[in-house]
Write a protein that binds this ligand. Structure first.
Ligand SMILES: [Zn+2]
Length: 543
């Protein structure tokens, strides 16, 4: 395998301050007025929200255990078997009905509780990052297992957040006999943008009124609108040639690897004449077996990113043309398959404004000296400004001008956002100024920083869930924005066809290589209070 470029899949965007209209125009829609926090609801609703937040606080040991447990499983996209087994067991024990193997994806599931309308979905990602193994609480590179995957994005924390929020609200719904359904779902293989479009195709969101997503960040925040980040299509091009003795009779060979390299060279020249907003990157997943055999097979995997649907589609068409041209140059043949895709995100204004009011009421966690020492330790290590942890909430941002969007990462929550009113809650479980998709982003993720950040986020999520369950006018307003603003000129067109299937084989080889060794480090909450304790790590350890 020859790796030419680092694959940046995910999207840790949520930038507090985000905003795109996936409309090629967004042009049609000028940026609208900035949002305002939704005013408080009736006293009864506000009282129940306070109660839910207090209940979340009382569950913090359970929340911590879930975060540490999933951190220790550290599973890559489509291979989240232990993670999903564990999380669904927690939900099942708490009365949720589980549908496993959702959309033909073995690690996907849907957990539902309650009955009738409204149906509020809570989602968050669960997969991790290759080669990001790292001891939590240690402020420099120190892997648990060298080369193994690790939660270098913090996806171990979001479903624990949603479970905590859901359990707090469920108790209230039972006692108050509130109608409504809570539906939890996992972002499987988010780093490969591999699953959410299949969830949509299988109908996961057909009956959902509002979808509350959660993604780890370094502050508590939410935004609405589009105008930030990109969407993408992930395509593998597979070339087929003919092998031959590379020295004795090279003229009889047709090198599939030559085709891959020519495609890459072509793309890198073309790059100069693409819009500035695009991001494109590739890895060679198969570059042949050994030098004395002309490679009969070779393949290259591309991410084509742009800020709106038509441009993403255009990028893929250019890629297809270039692959065909490379095949012609080398007398090989080429086929392609889609491995993942993500629409540019567009978040709902009403739901964001409602969530933001709850963010203002919850506020940031109180960090202690040990938390700040760890944060400054890794910031120092990476030669970043030593700002410690977030101490001030950001603004509610939205309605950004798509013309000003200069690109960035992607997240397949974008697809969901074009099917049902959606927002992403960013919660402060990580340290600011880290590189992303890196071992450093795993440091905080099984420490008090993550535990406190998730508890704060779970309070906001629970309160917003109660707002959506008890204030039907908010759900109506959310759909009004969705129908008459967001999707007025741009409808969702999936990148996948009916024939495409989830790329379930991805990451299987890496898992086979590391799982036995990793099992020795699974968190055992019957013996240890925390994962830090189990690993014998003094918190914080910094240089
Ligand atoms: Zn992510």
């Amino acid at each position: 395998m020859r790796i030419r470029n680092i694959l940046l899949a995910c999207a840790l965007v949520i930038a507090v301050g985000a905003g795109v209209s996936a409309q090629r125009g967004g042009r049609g829609g000028a940026p609208s007025a900035p949002g305002q926090p939704t005013p408080p609801g009736p006293q009864r609703v506000e009282d129940l929200k306070k109660e839910a937040a207090a209940d979340v606080e009382s569950m913090k040991v359970m929340t911590q255990q879930m975060i540490d447990q999933v951190f220790s499983f550290a599973e890559l996209g489509f291979q989240e078997f232990e993670t999903s087994k564990y999380l669904t067991a927690v939900l099942e024990k708490n009365g949720f009905k589980i549908e496993r193997g959702y959309a033909g994806i073995p690690t996907a599931w849907v957990a539902t509780w309650g009955s009738g309308k409204p149906v509020i979905a809570l989602g968050s990602d669960i997969d991790d990052i290759p080669q990001a193994s790292q001891k939590p609480g240690v402020g420099y590179k120190d892997p648990i297992i060298e080369g193994a995957p690790g939660h270098g994005e913090g996806h171990n924390s979001g479903v624990p957040l949603n479970i905590t929020a859901a359990l707090a609200v469920k108790k209230i719904m039972e006692r108050e006999k509130l109608p409504g359904t809570i539906k939890l779902w996992p972002g499987v293989a988010e780093e490969l943008v591999g699953a959410k479009m299949y969830f949509i195709r299988a109908g996961m969101f057909r009956d959902v009124d509002v979808n509350l997503f959660a993604h780890v960040g370094s502050n508590l925040g939410v935004s609405w609108g589009g105008g930030f980040g990109t969407g993408l299509v992930s395509v593998e091009y597979m070339f087929k040639g003919e092998s031959a003795h590379a020295a004795a009779q090279p003229w009889r060979g047709k090198s599939a690897l030559d085709a891959v390299e020519l495609m890459d060279v072509g793309w890198n020249f073309r790059r100069e004449h693409l819009r500035l907003q695009q991001r494109s990157h590739s890895v060679i997943v198969n570059g042949g077996d050994q030098p004395n055999v002309v490679p009969p097979n070779a393949s290259v995997w591309y991410y084509f990113r742009e800020t709106d649907y038509p441009h993403i589609k255009e990028m893929r068409e250019i890629g297809d043309t270039m692959a065909k041209a490379a095949a012609m140059m080398t007398d090989t043949t080429v086929t392609s398959r889609i491995l993942g895709a993500a629409w540019p995100q567009h978040m709902n204004k009403t739901v964001a404004e409602t969530m933001y009011a709850n963010i203002l009421s919850v506020g940031l966690p109180k960090w202690d000296e040990a938390d700040v020492t760890l944060a400054k330790g890794i910031q120092r290590e990476l030669k970043q400004p030593q700002i410690g942890l977030a101490t001030q909430l950001g603004q509610l941002r939205g309605g950004l001008d798509p013309e000003q969007n200069m690109g960035g990462p992607s997240d397949d929550i974008g697809d969901v956002s074009w099917n049902v009113p959606t927002v992403t809650l960013g919660y402060p479980a990580n340290i600011p100024n880290l590189p992303g998709h890196n071992w450093a982003n795993a440091i905080a993720m099984a420490t008090p920083i993550a535990h406190k950040g998730v508890t704060a986020g779970a309070k906001v999520q629970a309160m917003t869930l109660i707002d959506m369950l008890m204030r039907p006018e908010l759900v109506t307003a959310a759909w009004d924005y969705f129908r008459s603003v967001q999707t007025k000129d741009q409808k969702y067109i999936p990148f996948i066809t009916d024939k495409d299937q989830p790329a379930l084989w991805l990451n299987q080889k890496i898992v086979a290589q590391y799982t036995n060794e990793m099992k020795k480090y699974y968190f055992d909450p019957t013996k240890y209070k925390t994962y830090l304790e189990q690993l014998g790590i003094k918190y914080p350890t910094v240089r």
